[in-house]
Design a protein around this ligand. Structure first.
Ligand code: F6R
Length: 243
């Protein structure tokens, strides 16, 4: 595992955006695994800037997002579809047919999860998977305990996660959907490269658990330590509880 501790959040998001951009430039048809949440806002801002100012080309990139809330349509302003359009896709030259998020409003959620896995496989697999970390130690929405061989599936969100994400729902945790579709830990570990980013003091304790505690399903993010091509980018605050 490569661990980088950057002096501030902006240098950390910039580093992550540069890693993604380098892969997009080096590989002919890159496949990105994308994440949402507050941590990623700076990464997408930087990638949009690189597209605008340096011509970073998204037209050959395929992307798969980690997760989506159950019951929300792509048009819902609280959905991750909406987040991705607002922060990235509407500002760059992505091909609409190369953008993938699980459909949280699919009539058959199990069939949707199977089809999502199949479409990742058909794309040749994910080259680089971007990851954040939740208060429960989740990556994607893999709440504890999530088996390390879990696949894309429907999960029940931990109450801590609903509290963590309440801001997008008018500050009311009860308005956060109770379920989500998420890539599994096993799906994530199959990406050829992982890039986990965490920012701020609120992530310090869970980062220390994930990187220095026992590796196991009680902290999904600890699974990244089993991956041979894994980079963790922290700012000084999120790194502050590491020994
Ligand atoms: C979102 C996702 C989650 C978030 C995590 C951190 O697609 O996969 O694992 O990365 O909940 O969220 P923030 O960045 O809002 O603290």
């Amino acid at each position: 595992m490569r661990l980088l501790i950057m002096p501030d959040p902006h240098s950390a998001t910039r580093f992550a955006a540069n890693e993604i951009a380098s892969l997009m430039i080096e590989r002919p048809n890159p496949v990105l695994g994308l994440a949402t949440g507050r941590t990623m806002e700076g990464v997408y801002r930087d990638l949009c800037g690189m597209h605008r100012e340096e011509g970073l080309d998204f037209s050959t990139t395929t992307s798969f997002n980690l997760d989506e809330y159950v019951g929300l349509s792509a048009a819902d302003p609280c959905s991750y579809h909406h987040y991705m359009n607002a922060l990235l896709f509407s500002h760059v030259n992505s091909r609409p047919d190369a953008i993938h998020l699980p459909a949280g409003d699919a009539p058959d959620l199990d069939a949707e999860c199977i089809a999502y896995e199949e479409s990742i496989r058909a794309s040749g697999g994910i080259d680089l998977q971007l990851l954040g970390i939740g208060d429960t130690g989740h990556i994607g929405f893999n709440e504890p305990p999530s088996p390390f061989d879990s696949r894309t599936r429907c999960v029940t969100l931990n109450q801590k996660t609903r509290i963590q994400n309440a801001a997008m729902f008018g500050g009311n945790p009860d308005a956060v959907p109770t379920r989500a579709l998420t890539m599994g830990v096993g799906t994530i570990l199959e990406a050829r490269q992982l890039l986990l980013l965490a920012l701020g003091q609120s992530k310090a304790a869970i980062i220390a658990k994930a990187l220095e505690g026992p590796v196991g399903p009680q902290v999904s993010a600890s699974a990244i330590r089993l991956h041979t091509q894994c980079t963790v980018i922290l700012d000084e605050e999120s790194a502050s509880a590491l020994s």
